[in-house]
Write a protein that binds this ligand. Structure first.
Ligand SMILES: [Zn+2]
Length: 91
């Protein structure tokens, strides 16, 4: 298993992510998982010029909330009725 020692988890700040698989973009980016919290993210992270993040399958909205606190503009989509209602109540 490869490790990305210089990549930082956006969720918990763990600095040792594990390679999952290649993305379909000329092998420029990879999916990587944090062994501490299980969060999966793209790596290397896109530049900080990101205008907006969209999380599909946002569950209760924990990731959306965390990224908003870090200053990103974030939207989340959740089809599960219970999770969606609770996420909206938290917002
Ligand atoms: Zn983590």
């Amino acid at each position: 298993m490869l490790e990305f020692t210089k990549q930082v988890s956006m969720l918990c700040s763990n600095v040792s992510l594990h390679f999952i698989n290649n993305l379909r973009d000329d092998n420029t980016h990879f999916a990587a998982e944090c062994p501490s919290c299980g969060h999966v993210q793209i790596t290397p992270l896109p530049s900080i010029d990101i205008l907006k993040i969209l999380e599909i399958g946002s569950g209760y909205g924990w990731f959306v909330e965390k990224m908003e606190k870090k200053g990103f503009s974030v939207d989340g989509i959740e089809l599960g009725m219970e999770k969606s209602i609770l996420a909206q109540k938290r917002a």
